[in-house]
Design a protein around this ligand. Sequence first.
Ligand SMILES: Cc1ncc(COP(=O)(O)O)c(C=O)c1O
Length: 404
Amino acid sequence: MQDIEEVSSTLSDRITALSESQTIAMAKKGRELAAQGHDVINLSFGEPDFQTPQYIKDAAKKAIDDGFTFYTPVAGYPELRQAIADKFKRDNNLDYKPENIVVSTGAKQSIANAVLCLVNPGDEVIIFSPYWVSYEEIVKLAEGTPVQVTGNLENDFKVTPAQLEAAITSNTKLVMYSSPCNPTGSVFTKDELYALAKVLEKYPQVHIIADEIYEYINFEGEHASMASFDFIKDRVITVNGFSKGYAMTGWRVGYIAAHKTIAAACDKMQSQITSGTCSIAQKAAFAALQGGNASAIEMRDAYHRRRNLVLELMNDIPGFKTNVPEGAFYIFPDVSYYFGMSYEGKTIQNALDLCMFLLTDALVAIVSGEAFGAPQCVRFSYATSDDKLVEALRRIKESLAKLQ
Ligand SMILES: Cc1ncc(COP(=O)(O)O)c(C=O)c1O
């Protein structure tokens, strides 16, 4: 039999064009070094280090015992969709009905569903950059054309209304962003979102995916939703989920709120790909919402403290230029100061080289900004213990001092 690796036509163009998630690739390398006995501190993960709160775990155990082991409606149990609609009212003052809500296997699937339902081949999708790694790849899967619009560090990496307007063409179908943002931690204020919404009001063919998965991890102001502006609400797909706020990454529950036509399309898409998400995870998600957001607030306070700690430690490292993240659990410094410097004959050409150097020399795993559309930056996740953060930053400082 012919070796499959020789048959280059075996795999589709679609999958060949797709990049492997760099965050996952870096985490894999970190794990390999750890398996060889090295004491690697992994700051590449995009997930809370906290356990899922006990009351949520208990609800999942009960769901199994109560026999919730069957397929669920594709868009999710009706009571969960109602609880999500209630959450939108409680937290965001947004009116939705269960028919507007689709529960999916993580917010990642929610985004993929929406993009696949809206984007035709050749449609342009404006992605606020720096952006979460999967946005661009999901757009490519839908055969859309990603158009990056880049916010400046000096403006907290936030895209301005003028930048947005300049990027819109007659082919623009969708605009995507996250706030609080992965990877920059920037958070749009309500006024900033309003100014962007006023631009979008002029282009009725353009839809908006507002990724609000880090809603509860906001240290400074109030969370603002793009869907709160009535004049564009019908064109906004709000994405949220349980992974970050409730420390439920492994449970895989995300959701959208959208106009019922878009929600019905996402339901149809999902029905042919995965059906409804796990019945037990849905019961756990329902319990999470019933329990309010006290545990989310407790975790947010811990991230807030760690953010301050990391900022303080980074102040002491020459050449790291950063904004002050207001949410999520990442910090995204510009490290271009080190480009062109060398150690033991090896020159740091870019952020990826710097990440590799820090992984092998400092045994600290972080992620290169290339994957997020910002090749001069690196992303640190501070969703880990204070002790580990202190030790990681100490090692990084020591290693960087070797570069000449
Ligand atoms: C901005 C953003 N959106 C969506 C997701 C996906 O979340 P989920 O675990 O619910 O698929 C992530 C996960 O890292 C993220 O950072």
